[in-house]
Design a protein around this ligand. Structure first.
Ligand code: MRU
Length: 343
């Protein structure tokens, strides 16, 4: 299963809004198609957004009729701004766009620029899969044999170019025969846990059950959860972690019940320019996502909803950050700065 790929000068991606009932691919032929697919959550998840941003920019390069280097650079910068406006929180989106822009800027001719943009975008996807396998390898070591692992949202193959970050850790532990079981939170309002995580794990025969987000405290009190592993959209240099709304609740509960709480993410998710989590921009999405379930309004007329898509988990609640370079305490993240790709 390829979440997103470059095919015949188009970007082909799985429409994640239709899962788990339909597996339909969408063909993006322009930067605007990619930008809308991101806004509409057809593609989502931090590392997948790096690939989408990079490939979106490569599409702009290929489709442009620009005949000079400076003309094509102007086109690319406009396209980059359009892609950057789609979603504010996951830093990977900005990293992916910048990488492709820089690759094109290094070239002399228009033809070389187009080729370099495509190559770099494909490289981002290929590297991501290799990085996730490394995250899985390191992370599997902190998962006890026979453990029940709680995860939130979807940090799986669908949220990356393949294999996943938090689900990469779960996959690796399963591959090592650790006999684990997974509890996935539903993840209101868009149900990434119920629709996507459960779908991914079921396909691979990894035992998974779904709970509503508010059942986490009860399940921990019942000693039904041994360890938590979640992904991340942006990590500040002090280790504060922004991830899907509800992650902070889970971390507080894990602390209360002494359940180890891990974040799995590539170093490209660490924004070393940001000192703490409160400085990370949080996306607020359309309140319609909360007001309606399956097209039916569930709120009384005249009542509004508030829809923050992410929250901040303070570093002190995080037992370890699982990266491609090993598992580190949040306070040790700074030591990995030289190995992280910079903007
Ligand atoms: O709003 P989404 O679905 O893009 O949010 C995704 C998450 O919060 C994931 O946990 C995060 O991006 C990590 S993906 C490996």
């Amino acid at each position: 299963m390829k979440t997103i790929e470059w095919k015949k000068n188009c970007v082909v991606l799985i429409d994640q809004t239709l899962l788990p009932h339909r597996t339909k691919k969408v063909v993006c032929k322009s930067v605007e198609d990619v930008a809308r697919a991101i806004e509409q959550m057809k593609i989502r998840g931090a590392p997948a957004l790096a690939v989408a941003g990079g490939m979106g920019l490569a599409l702009a390069a290929v489709r442009s009729k620009a005949r000079s280097r400076s003309e094509l650079l102007r086109v690319l910068k406009t396209a980059a701004r359009r892609l950057e406006r789609t979603r504010p929180t996951a830093v990977n989106l900005f990293v992916g766009i910048r990488r492709v822009l820089k690759a094109a800027q290094r070239c002399e001719t228009v033809r070389e620029m187009r080729e370099a943009a495509i190559e770099e975008a494909i490289r981002i996807a290929e590297e991501d899969i290799a990085i996730n396998r490394k995250i899985g390898e390191h992370g599997a070591k902190v998962i006890p044999r026979g453990a029940t692992v709680l995860t939130h949202c979807n940090a799986g193959a669908l949220a990356t170019a393949g294999y996943g970050t938090a689900l990469g850790v779960i996959r690796a532990a399963h591959e090592k025969g650790k006999n684990i079981r997974v509890i996935a939170t539903e993840t209101r309002p868009l149900l990434q846990g119920a629709r996507l995580t459960a779908w991914e794990l079921k396909r691979e025969g990894i035992p998974v059950r779904v709970i509503v987000d508010s059942a986490v405290g009860f399940m921990m009190a019942q000693k039904e959860i041994d360890v938590v592993v979640v992904g991340a959209d942006r990590i500040a240099r002090n280790g504060d972690t922004v991830n899907k709304i509800g992650t902070y609740n889970i971390a507080v509960l894990a602390h209360r019940h002494r359940v180890p709480f891990y974040v799995a993410a590539p170093l490209s998710t660490v924004d070393f320019s940001i000192s703490s989590g409160t400085r990370i921009p949080i996306e607020f999405r359309d309140s319609q996502e909360i007001e309606r379930i399956g097209g039916t309004r569930v709120l009384p007329r005249g009542v509004d909803a508030i829809n923050p898509a992410f929250d901040v988990t303070p570093a002190e609640l995080i037992m370890g950050i699982i990266t491609e370079r090993g598992v580190v305490k949040p306070s040790q993240l700074k030591k990995l700065k030289s190995q992280a790709p910079n903007l």
